[in-house]
Design a protein around this ligand. Structure first.
Ligand SMILES: [Zn+2]
Length: 530
């Protein structure tokens, strides 16, 4: 799939920030506000609308799924009722901190989680890897302050920074830090603070040497969940596969690991324009590399260090996909910032062509936040563009200043961290051991391979449903997710792929709702909705 191309000037676009005052959102037309005028014509009580909106965002402590409303078409509130258009005070070189926070504070399902106080019931104060709840509580307080007022222009986030300095002092020394490093630290901390697993069993990471890839990915995910379950896993984590191949004996080893963000290399450009697409970066990520010299792999069959190849693949995409562009390069030879313009669509990003594993839901994403970096390696400035959840309009958040942004200003060469959310699902499902049917894997219909018993929860027994009597070929041919299965295991034989398709079909029957959509009448595809 190719990325949607638009015409760009490669010069960074000047962003006119207002002088600390909130801009009037009424001056911009939202893409998703059709029907807004009729709402006003009918003279509905706007405060009722706001109350209904707040009501619709309620979550219960034992939620099994969080509604995905990031891209929904909502009734628009009056400009005075729109929350969240709030800047963050710079505390001395803390734009990296403010920029990362603005991205998270504009992540609706995460905000819902904290606004409903769910963290209070899940705080894991015994985890030695967390902050005993301190960082998460401070973040939750900031989140509540941010979303429960329309009357202030900026919040001073000093309490959160103070708490963080107890655990990672480098972020509070008044020096310019990397926004991505801070984000990774904060998400890790929140995850450990909210980890629903209180006693982590010891589980050794496993390598696999055959082609039952989905089954191994499933087992690896289960082993991960036995040690890690949290709102962060539910929303942000996907699964990658790394493959090593011995060039002497041909032995191939697969390993499946969770990821919280994708760090993408920026390939060299050969054109004068110095523009590449996000897909170019994704392809570079999955490019096979040769391991030789010091990097040789110790092949377990040859029992010695051998020349080999290594390849990374995206196996399962998360609900919220954070993409980190590796703009800062630190090698022995040089340190530099890569300024290449990475072009990306802010709507309808289709990742079908870059995923190796079969996806339960169509991998379609829309951007909702981006952290930008302008300037050099040593000195520069971070600021955020984000879509407001109340009025669905885009704003620029530059420390304490907030200003309106046109959609054509979102994509710039300064983009550093992009936050995409999946548009093909209605809910984000909680990941637990007891509900493998909510995992991103498609296996055996019941999503339960013959594995040993998990230690903390027991797996339910689901009845396997029989498929209608059709030949393997018939089932394979008529299956609408054929293209996805074929993409995921093109190295398998026809019969093996057919088996996969049948298994995927069986698992579909366990979904609560199965919808057949006719895509402009030309192509039939299935989407799973939960
Ligand atoms: Zn070997």
């Amino acid at each position: 799939m190719s990325i949607e191309r638009r015409s760009y000037s490669i010069e960074p676009k000047p962003h006119k920030y207002s002088t600390g005052q909130r801009s009037n959102s009424n001056t911009l037309q939202s893409e998703t506000t059709t029907g807004a005028s009729s709402t006003h014509d009918e003279a509905l009580d706007v405060s009722t609308t706001k109350r209904q909106l707040m009501e619709s965002r309620k979550l219960s402590h034992d939620y099994t799924q969080i509604p995905n409303k990031i891209h929904s078409q909502q009734t628009v509130l009056s400009a005075e009722e729109v929350s969240g258009l709030i800047g963050l005070t710079n505390l001395g070189n803390t734009c990296f901190f403010n920029s990362a926070l603005q991205c998270l504070l504009n992540t609706p399902p995460l905000v819902d989680y904290f606004m409903n106080d769910l963290h209070k019931k899940e705080l894991n104060v015994k985890s030695v890897l967390g902050s005993k709840g301190a960082v998460t509580t401070a973040f939750a307080n900031l989140c509540k302050q941010y979303w429960s007022t329309e009357d202030i222009d900026a919040i001073n986030p000093k309490e959160l920074l103070r708490v963080i300095s107890d655990f990672a002092s480098q972020f509070a020394q008044g020096t310019q830090e990397d926004c991505h490093e801070f984000l990774a630290f904060l998400l890790d901390m929140i995850h450990e603070d909210l980890n629903r697993v209180h006693k982590k069993p010891y589980i050794e990471g496993k390598d696999y040497y055959d082609n039952k890839l989905e089954e191994h990915a499933f087992e690896s995910w289960r082993n991960y969940l036995l040690r890690n379950k949290s709102i962060i896993v539910d929303l942000f984590q996907g699964q990658s596969k790394s493959t090593l191949k011995c060039l002497r004996c041909g032995l191939t080893s697969h390993k499946f690991e969770p990821f919280m963000y994708l760090s993408l290399p920026i390939p060299e450009t050969h054109s004068h324009s110095n523009i590449i697409s996000l897909h170019d970066c994704l392809e570079e990520y999955s490019k096979e590399e040769r391991l030789e010299g010091d990097e040789k792999w110790h092949c377990p069959r040859c029992k010695t260090a051998v020349e080999s190849t290594k390849k990374l693949d995206i196996w399962k995409l998360p609900n919220i996909l954070i993409i980190h562009l590796k703009r800062f390069e630190f090698t022995r030879e040089r340190q530099r910032k890569i300024r290449t313009f990475v072009d990306f669509p802010y709507k309808d990003l289709n990742l079908q062509s870059v995923v190796a594993g079969v996806q339960r839901d169509k991998p379609m994403y829309d951007l909702y936040a981006v952290s930008n970096h302008e300037g050099s390696l040593g000195g520069g400035h971070y600021y955020t563009f984000a879509k407001n959840r109340d009025d669905k309009l885009w704003y620029a958040y530059n420390d304490a200043e907030v200003s309106a942004l046109r959609p054509d200003q979102i994509v710039t060469p300064a983009a550093y961290l992009m936050f995409f959310s999946k548009t093909s699902v209605n809910t984000f499902k909680r990941q637990t051991i007891s509900k493998p049917e909510a995992w991103p894997h498609l296996l055996n219909g019941k999503n339960r391979p013959s594995l040993g018993s998990p230690t903390d929860e027991s797996l339910p027994t689901l009845k396997r449903q029989r498929s209608r009597k059709m030949s393997v070929k018939e089932q394979f041919d008529m299956n609408p997710i054929y293209d996805r299965c074929a993409a995921y295991n093109s190295d398998l034989s026809f019969d093996e792929r057919a088996q996969n398709v049948m298994e995927a079909n069986l698992s579909n029957r366990f979904s609560s709702k199965f919808e057949l959509k006719n895509d402009q009448g030309s192509e039939k595809r299935n989407f799973l909705h939960y």
